[in-house]
Design a protein. Structure first.
Ligand SMILES: Nc1ncnc2c1ncn2[C@@H]1O[C@H](COP(=O)(O)OP(=O)(O)OP(=O)(O)O)[C@@H](O)[C@H]1O
Ligand SMILES: [Mg+2]
Lengths: 262, 215
C-alpha cells in the first residue's frame, strides 16, 4: 500500500494571546495523514479550540507553520482556505433567519453552484445525517431540537465536500443515547467518502470514551502542549506521562467497559 | 356636542381640498424625514459597531442634539436655514436619528460572536458576514427603532407648520388662534390616526421579517 498523503502538518506552532500569562498553544508539532479520524482530548483551556481555529485561519499562529496538503495556510487567501474546510462548533451557529435548506446551502451558494446541484446536495446531506428532507428542509432552526440542530450543523459543514473537517465539540449538549447514535453516524460519514479519498477529521471532545471509540489516533493535550499522539490502543496501554495516565484512570473508574477503535 | 359634530362636518364639506393638501404635506414631510433618518441612523450605527473606538462620541453627539426641545430646534433652524420644507426636514431628522442609531448599534452588537465566527469560519467574506448574517439578525431591533422614530416624527411634524412647512399642524394652530375647538379636534385626531396607521404598517413589516421567530 502506498503511503497516504499528509493532510495537515503543524510545525512548532505557538499562539500567544495578548495579556495571557502563558501560551495558549505552545510548540505543537504534528503530522496528520489524509483520511485519518483524529480526536483531540484535553482539559478545559488547554488550547484545543485555538489549535483548530489556527487551522482554518480564524486565528494566525505567532510562530511556526501550518501546512495543508503541502500548502502553507499563510500563503493562501484566508476565505478560500475556509471554504475548503468544514467547520462545526458546539454552539452550532445555524443562522436563525434562514431555513434549514438555506443553512445547509450556505457554502455551495457562496461557491455559486447551480440551483439543481445545490438542491440535490442539500437533500443528500439531510439524509446522510439521518433526518427526513421532506419534513425538515423548510423549517427554521428554532423548530429543531438541540440534537437535530447539531446534525444540521454537521450537514452544513459537509456541504461543499471539504477534504478536512474541523469539529469542535459538535456533540456538546446532547443526551447519552443521541450521542451514541451521532457517534455511529459520524463514523459512517467518515467512511462513506465521496470522490475516492477519505476526509480527514479533527474532532475535539471532552468525552474520553468517545475519543477512544472514534479516533484512529488520539491527541492528548495539556497546557498548550501535546502530551501524546497515538492510537487509542497505545494510549490506553502505554500512557506517555502522568496527565495521560490520570485521564485514562478516570475512564477506568467511571466508565463501564470501553470500546477502543482498532 | 352636537354643535361641534356639525361644525366638523361642515369643515370637511367646505375644506376638502385644503385638508387633503395638508394631510399629504404631513405624510410627505414624515416620509422624507423617516428615510433621511433611517439612512443616517443606520450608517452611523454601522460605523459605531465597525469602528467601536468612535462609538462614544458619535452616539453622544446625536444624544445631545436630541435633548434640545423640538420647538427650539425648529426655531433655531429658521435662523440658520430659513423657512419652509427643507429646514423642517433637517430639524426633524435630528430628532429622529437617535432612536434608530441606538437600536442599530444594540441590534448589531446583540448578534452572538460565535454566530459571526461560524459565518466567517465557513468562508464568508467580511462583507458577506455583514449582509447575510449580521444585518438581517439586527433588523428586528433596527425596525423597533424606526417605529419609535416614526411616532416621534409624525407628532413633531405638527410643529413644522410653524416654520412654513405646511402639514396638519396648520389646522391645529389655526384652531388655537381663532379658538375653534373643532379645528383642534380635527387636527389632533388626524395626527393621532396617522401615527396609528404608520405603526400598524411597520408592525406588518416586522411580522413579515420575524416570521422565523413565530412558530
Ligand atoms: N480570544 C482570546 N483572548 C485571550 N485569551 C484567549 C482567547 N481565546 C482563548 N484564550 C485562552 O487561551 C487558552 C486556550 O483556549 P482554548 O479555547 O483553545 O481552550 P480549549 O482547549 O478549547 O478549552 P475548552 O475545552 O474549555 O473549550 C485559554 O487559557 C483561554 O483562556
Ligand atoms: Mg474549546
Amino acid at each position: 500500500m502506498e503511503n497516504p498523503a499528509v493532510a495537515i502538518e503543524y510545525q512548532n506552532v505557538v499562539k500567544r494571546f495578548k495579556g495571557a500569562a502563558c501560551n495558549a498553544v505552545n510548540g505543537v508539532s504534528l503530522s496528520i495523514n489524509e483520511g485519518e479520524f483524529i480526536t483531540i482530548l484535553g482539559s478545559s483551556g488547554c488550547g484545543k479550540t485555538t489549535l483548530l481555529k489556527m487551522t482554518n485561519r480564524l486565528l494566525d499562529p505567532d510562530e511556526g507553520n501550518i501546512i495543508l496538503f503541502g500548502e502553507n495556510v499563510r500563503d493562501v487567501n484566508e476565505v478560500l482556505v475556509r471554504r475548503r474546510i468544514g467547520y462545526a462548533i458546539q454552539q452550532v451557529g445555524l443562522f436563525p433567519h434562514m431555513t434549514i435548506a438555506a443553512n445547509i446551502a450556505t457554502i455551495p451558494k457562496l461557491l455559486k453552484w447551480d440551483k439543481e446541484r445545490i438542491n440535490a446536495r442539500v437533500r443528500e446531506l439531510t439524509e446522510l445525517v439521518g433526518l427526513d428532507p421532506g419534513e425538515f428542509l423548510t423549517r427554521y432552526p428554532a423548530q429543531l431540537s438541540g440534537g437535530q440542530q447539531q446534525r444540521i450543523g454537521l450537514a452544513r459543514a459537509l456541504a461543499a465536500d471539504p477534504k478536512i473537517m474541523l469539529l469542535d465539540e459538535p456533540f456538546g449538549a446532547i443526551d447519552a443515547i443521541n450521542r451514541l447514535n451521532l457517534q455511529d453516524e459520524l463514523k459512517r460519514i467518515h467512511n462513506s467518502f465521496t470522490g475516492g479519498v477519505k476526509k480527514t477529521f479533527l474532532f475535539v471532545t471532552h468525552d474520553i470514551s468517545e475519543a477512544l471509540k472514534l479516533g484512529t489516533r488520539v491527541i492528548v493535550m495539556n497546557e498548550g502542549k501535546v502530551c501524546q499522539f497515538d492510537t487509542p490502543e497505545n494510549i490506553v496501554k502505554n500512557p506517555a506521562d502522568g496527565f495521560v495516565k490520570s485521564l485514562i484512570h478516570t475512564l477506568r473508574r467511571d466508565g463501564p467497559a470501553h470500546e477502543v477503535r482498532k | 356636542m352636537r354643535e361641534i359634530w356639525d361644525s366638523i362636518i361642515s369643515y370637511f364639506e367646505n375644506n376638502t381640498d385644503a385638508y387633503l393638501t395638508m394631510l399629504s404635506q404631513h405624510v410627505s414631510i414624515s416620509l422624507r424625514v423617516l428615510s433621511m433618518s433611517i439612512f443616517i441612523g443606520c450608517f452611523f450605527g454601522i460605523l459605531c459597531v465597525r469602528f467601536s473606538r468612535h462609538q462614544k462620541w458619535i452616539i453622544g453627539t446625536f444624544q445631545v442634539l436630541r435633548i434640545v426641545p423640538s420647538l427650539a430646534v425648529l426655531v433655531l433652524s429658521i435662523r440658520f436655514l430659513g423657512i419652509g420644507m427643507g429646514p423642517a426636514i433637517t430639524a426633524l431628522t435630528f430628532l429622529a436619528v437617535p432612536p434608530i442609531l441606538m437600536n442599530t448599534v444594540a441590534g448589531l452588537e446583540k448578534v452572538p460572536v460565535f454566530m459571526l465566527e461560524t459565518a466567517k469560519g465557513m468562508g464568508m467574506t467580511p462583507l458577506q458576514v455583514w449582509l447575510r448574517v449580521r444585518l438581517p439578525l439586527a433588523f428586528p431591533l433596527i425596525l423597533a427603532g424606526i417605529k419609535t422614530a416614526m411616532v416621534e416624527i409624525v407628532a413633531s411634524a405638527t410643529i413644522a407648520s410653524l416654520i412654513g412647512a405646511g402639514g396638519l399642524g396648520q389646522i391645529i394652530f389655526q384652531g388655537i388662534s381663532v379658538r375653534r375647538t373643532e379645528l383642534l379636534l380635527i387636527g389632533g385626531i388626524s395626527v393621532a390616526l396617522l401615527s396609528l396607521i404608520s405603526v400598524f404598517l411597520l408592525d406588518l413589516l416586522d411580522r413579515f421579517f420575524q416570521r422565523y421567530k413565530r412558530i
